[in-house]
Design a binder for this molecule. Structure first.
Ligand SMILES: NC(=O)c1ccc[n+]([C@@H]2O[C@H](COP(=O)([O-])OP(=O)(O)OC[C@H]3O[C@@H](n4cnc5c(N)ncnc54)[C@H](OP(=O)(O)O)[C@@H]3O)[C@@H](O)[C@H]2O)c1
Length: 276
């Protein structure tokens, strides 16, 4: 599996960064993206032992031109792309009533349309080369919706849906598609979370919102390491036929299994107790 080419969006921190480092150690040519990166002739990081490297390149998933330029850079240097990890994402918190339409759209613009934009740009490349794998970072919140991060959850639910359909469409072209669903993970996601501008003392939801967000943030910061999620991403990258979705960690696998078998009311009581 040496010297495979992988593009990882959002590799400046958290899960994307940990994945970039792991793939480099496994000998991959890693193109990691960040809105803040600048093109350079030198590798950003390299691993003499494996022959792998990370080149950080600029990419904003909300811009068509930026996505096209990033893919062109990789193709110019490598001529092909084996794996895309569509990882870039962020969270906007607030009650549904408080969150403005612009905020809701911004959430989707990054997590859903941003992933879609990168995937759509890479599909013709993978189709023409006759192989490729697309791994998208969803979330346990892409299967179970929780209060005050409804738009984040919806953006991941939508991503789950499109990836499920994409698997059927591109399998004749030897393109594999799968989702990785982390639960709480200790990354910069928590500090990067944006609060809806109306989620303030004037909101009738404020007390419940505050309690719920404090719980989420505590759970994230006590969550698993991004390296653990990176290992799951790596497993899916090397697996010939990865399953449509892989949840990270036994605890979350169990929760999603219980969601399938228990009456919806039971799950609702549990979420209500934890988050309201
Ligand atoms: N942490 C968790 O508990 C958790 C749980 C489940 C799922 N996830 C998912 O895992 C993925 C990675 O999150 P993380 O926890 O590693 O968060 P993070 O540490 O905040 O990293 C987010 C990455 O996304 C990039 N990004 C944000 N907005 C972008 C944009 N418009 N265009 C391009 N890149 C953008 C950031 O890069 P720049 O700012 O440098 O551009 C950064 O590298 C996300 O999809 C998230 O939803 C996280």
């Amino acid at each position: 599996m040496k010297n495979q080419v992988i593009l990882i969006t959002g590799a400046s921190s958290g899960i994307g960064k940990a994945a970039a480092e792991l793939f480099m150690k496994k000998g991959y040519h890693v193109y990691g993206t960040s809105r803040k990166a600048e093109i350079s002739d030198k590798h950003t990081y390299s691993d003499a032992q494996s022959g792998g490297f990370i080149d950080m390149i600029p990419l904003d998933v909300t811009s068509d031109d930026s996505v096209k330029n990033a893919i062109d850079v990789v193709l110019f240097k490598e001529g092909h792309i084996d794996v895309l990890v569509s990882n870039a994402g962020m969270g906007i918190a607030g009650s549904i009533e408080d969150t403005t339409m612009d905020e809701a759209k911004k959430q989707f613009e990054v997590n859903f349309f941003g992933s879609l934009r990168v995937i759509k740009a890479i599909l013709p490349v993978m189709r023409k080369q006759g192989f490729g794998k697309i791994i998208a970072l969803s979330s346990v919140a892409g299967v179970i919706s929780i209060p005050y991060q409804a738009h984040y959850s919806s953006s991941k639910f939508a991503l789950e849906s499109i990836m499920e359909a994409l698997r059927y469409e591109v399998s004749p072209f030897n393109i594999k598609v799968c989702l990785v669903e982390p639960g709480d993970t200790k990354t910069e996601f928590t500090s990067n979370r944006i609060y809806s501008e109306n989620a303030n003392q004037n909101s009738p939801y404020f007390e419940s919102f505050k309690k719920s967000i404090a719980r989420m943030e505590r759970d994230e910061q006590n969550g698993v390491s991004p390296e653990k999620v990176a290992k799951t991403i790596y497993k899916m990258a090397v697996r010939k036929n990865p399953p449509v979705r892989t949840t990270v960690g036994f605890q979350y696998k169990l929760i999603l299994f219980l969601k399938k078998i228990l009456p919806a009311k039971v799950l609702e009581i549990a979420v209500r107790m934890l988050y309201t």
